[in-house]
Design a protein around this ligand. Sequence first.
Ligand code: MTE
Ligand code: CO
Length: 414
Amino acid sequence: MAETRRAFLTAALAGGAGLVAGKAAAQGDPAITELQPWSRYLGDGVDARPYGKPSRYESHVVRRNVAWLTADPISSVNFTPLHELDGIITPSGLCFERHHAGIAEIDPAQHRLMINGLVERPLVFTMQDLMRFPRENRVYFMECAANSGMEWRGAQLNGCQYTHGMIHNLVYTGVSLRRVLEEAGLRPNAKWIMPEGADASAMTRSIPIEKALEDCMIAFRMNGEALRPEQGYPLRLVVPGWEGNMWIKWLRRIEVGDEPWHHREETSKYTDLLKDGKARRFTWEMDAKSVITSPSPQAPITHGTGPTVISGMAWSGRGTIPRVDVSLDGGMNWYRARMDGPSFDKSIHRFYFEFDWDGRPLLLQSRAHDSTGYVQPTKKALREIRGVESIYHQNGIQTWHVNERGEAENVEVS
Ligand code: MTE
Ligand code: CO
């Protein structure tokens, strides 16, 4: 880290600047010399905002959808504004949403969780019952298997909100699924579970019992407060590191069985069609991936040349991210980025790369290495193995072209 800092200072000094960004003081800037309205008048009192919202100057920081992907908003997706965020936690109101039958608005007093199938004692829990189990807190990313799926055939959507925004990273509070299954008592032939949602889509997925017993959670809080309706209030299944489709929202039932159910979401959907017409199935774990969130098409460089901060995020469904490399020239030369902030298993990690921009065009890329030694592949390498027929599990290296004016665009290098 000391080395990076030294390199940065040397670069800045070599450019003749010495200062990072400040200007010489007191040149008659009205922002300093004139008294602003907020200094002149009293502000709102403590009774004005019982539930806090961001400043009105941040009103552009919102989830957005892509018109041509949204035939009907009831079964559609919107995207997390990654280019406006930093650190590792996604604010609750900005988490992307993916619903198959709209948002279920559930009265928690009427909500039940049933455990049935290959168990000794089929059980039904109220929310109050679940609150009496020992709790745990964990930080996990959740990524839709279709994240970046529109980019399989080429660069298409212009902004990391749209290319990579089907992801969020939250602190979950809940109970261990293992603990709840043990309460019901698993029969010896219990090999799979099938969680089911209470929304009108009654979504189901088959999950192997090993994963269910390893680290899955039944969560009722995100970022400290109750789950948002969009994220499955009052109960959601958390399946760390595995594709978002398995994280059943509005969880109302878990059936235990001896084989997978082969339902819609694991046959015609969420399978990867390969070049030879065969489909890869049960591709649950999300491979390591990263993206530069700023600069990016929705977050151009507006300050001109000189000291410039690249900010990005990286994650892996198999562990932590000890290292990210950044390239300024489309992958010819790589530099080690600076990881910053907490590093949790199966969570988003933040990285930065500080450099002196000389105003020449850039081809920005980032490449994640995860704790298993896996290295994020190029899109070309991915296509060689998997073809371009799938819309799922596209974790290739993203390229942003930055022009002399600092504007960025989604491109590909061959
Ligand atoms: N669970 C239910 N009950 N209904 C749904 O439509 N969508 C799934 C999954 N769980 C879904 C669901 C899909 S495809 C994804 S990617 C995630 O929830 C989206 O979670 P989010 O809305 O919190 O982003
Ligand atoms: Co999904």
